[in-house]
Design a protein around this ligand. Structure first.
Ligand SMILES: Cc1cc2nc3c(=O)[nH]c(=O)nc-3n(C[C@H](O)[C@H](O)[C@H](O)COP(=O)(O)OP(=O)(O)OC[C@H]3O[C@@H](n4cnc5c(N)ncnc54)[C@H](O)[C@@H]3O)c2cc1C
Length: 435
């Protein structure tokens, strides 16, 4: 088989890349090793930048229809006696424009929407149940059942997630950082009117609740590493109580989980490959970076990688400038953005990692100040949204630390919009030229 672009891995990243290329007329073959839906939980929170990308790909409405819109994340800090000590909000409404909300959607359903959109194009070929085993000189070596075959392509893009064969073929190393905690994660029914996200913490406990459509809610509960096995030996009512203690809103709903089997262990890791591109190969998504799940960014980073690499590759074919050195534009745009998100997610993780009262106090003060200071609030939401990047400076840190007073005046809409990435920021080769 022969094609312009071969993609290994049909997760959210690989599928978004395939759709983008297919829409622009590039010949694409995508190989996905799984023949059935993945049984494990994965990312479900879509940030505003991902929604903007899906809008450009023509699937925004379908995604809105099948997801739960989240405008506000309610951050509750509880006392040792589980009374609300402090409440602050992360409010997507501070972002001007159309993309001012996050969306929760079932991961496999999102994959199906993207795949169905890509399958409308004759230049897209999806090889289900087909694993990429490695690379030959100019080919990807594939295996379906016992049958082995090769695909010849001009470019090979690895979107195979954490254990990427393309990354290995590129000889790109990743050094993994682990954390001093794990998570339990599970989805269960919720009340109809519980539609905004909630993050509930005490000095030594953490529960995240993210409402999905169909009156369901996805939850993550922090546990010390190694506790999962012991917890599973307890009656399921112990798990229910962990949740209802912190979140009365789930009482009567979490009890519908009758078996530990549905509750998965999630082990957070962080890494960032030192390079995304080598010759005519490139990696996207979890193949090149993993972020702590606290900030709900991993899937969004894969979508944003796919957008930039897809636009670039399609332009290269359209302009008949297919020299592999052009792929460096992808790394140029994405690397520093991804690095910033990784650092933010890492900081957010650290804020909940240490079970000490002074840490919880500092966290509570920081969130309070962030909400009181409209510029800090906007910066936080902008960075989380992916729509732009505005790093915090010394003054911001002093305000957060209570050393300087909060600013009372908000920025006007047009000043905020100046902080959004422009098409020139996203696709700089369009003005600077390909070789
Ligand atoms: C429990 C959990 C919760 C998460 N929550 C969030 C969240 O709320 N928000 C968020 O943004 N992110 C979240 N993430 C992270 C997010 O799921 C990942 O960052 C995202 O799925 C990465 O997408 P990807 O396409 O790069 O890789 P993957 O989703 O890992 O997809 C890789 C695909 O490649 C296939 N594959 C692997 N090897 C081969 C091969 N050799 N040949 C062919 N196919 C292959 C796999 O079967 C898979 O389908 C979470 C992750 C986990 C585990």
């Amino acid at each position: 088989m022969k094609t312009d672009v071969f993609i290994g891995g049909g997760g959210i990243g690989g599928l978004t890349l395939a759709l983008k290329l297919a829409q622009r007329g590039t010949q694409v073959i995508l190989a996905e090793r799984m023949a059935v839906k993945a049984p494990t939980y994965k990312g479900e929170l879509l940030q505003p930048k991902s929604m903007q990308i899906f809008d450009e790909l023509g699937i925004y409405e379908q995604i809105c229809d099948r997801s739960n819109e989240i405008k506000v994340l309610d951050m509750l800090e509880l006392s040792s006696s589980l009374q609300v000590k402090d409440q602050s909000f992360m409010d997507y409404n501070v972002l001007p424009g159309k993309y001012n909300a996050a969306y929760m959607m079932h991961h496999e359903e999102l994959k199906a929407v993207i795949l169905n959109a890509a399958c409308k194009y004759n230049n897209f070929h999806y090889l289900k149940g087909t694993a990429c085993k490695g690379y030959g000189d100019k080919t990807a070596i594939l295996q379906k059942g016992t049958e082995k075959f090769e695909v010849e392509a001009k470019f090979f893009f690895g979107a195979e997630g954490r254990s990427s064969v393309t990354r290995k073929a590129m000889e790109v190393e990743v050094k993994q950082t682990t954390y001093n905690h794990h998570f339990l994660t599970v989805t269960f029914p919720r009340a109809k009117d519980f539609t905004d996200g909630k993050i509930i913490s005490t000095y030594n406990r953490f529960l995240g609740l993210f409402p999905l459509p169909d009156d369901q809610v996805r939850s993550v509960y922090l546990i010390p590493p190694g506790d999962y096995k012991q917890l599973k030996e307890k009656p399921i009512s112990h798990f229910h109580k962990l949740y209802t203690d912190l979140a009365p809103v789930v009482d009567g709903y979490v009890q519908q989980l009758s078996d530990w089997k549905k509750i998965q262990l999630m082990i957070p890791v962080m890494y960032h490959a030192n390079s995304y591109v080598k010759g005519n190969k490139a990696i996207i998504g979890d193949a090149c970076h993993a972020v702590h799940p606290m900030a709900g960014e991993g899937m969004n980073m894969a979508i944003q990688d796919a957008d930039i690499l897809g636009e670039l590759t399609a332009d290269m074919f359209e302009q008949k400038k297919i020299h592999p050195s052009n792929l460096k534009w992808y790394e140029h745009v994405r690397y520093k953005r991804a690095d910033h998100v990784i650092q933010l997610s890492h900081l957010a993780a650290l804020a909940y990692s240490f079970p000490f009262k002074p840490v919880s106090y500092i966290r509570q003060r920081t969130f309070e100040r962030m909400e009181e200071d409209p510029i800090l609030h906007f910066k936080q939401m902008l960075n989380v949204s992916g729509l732009g990047m505005w790093k915090e400076n010394v003054r911001d840190r002093f305000i957060q630390g209570g050393i300087m007073p909060v600013r009372m005046k908000d920025l006007p809409k047009d000043r905020k919009e100046l902080k959004y990435y422009t098409p020139e920021d996203d696709y700089p080769w369009k003005t600077e030229g390909l070789i």
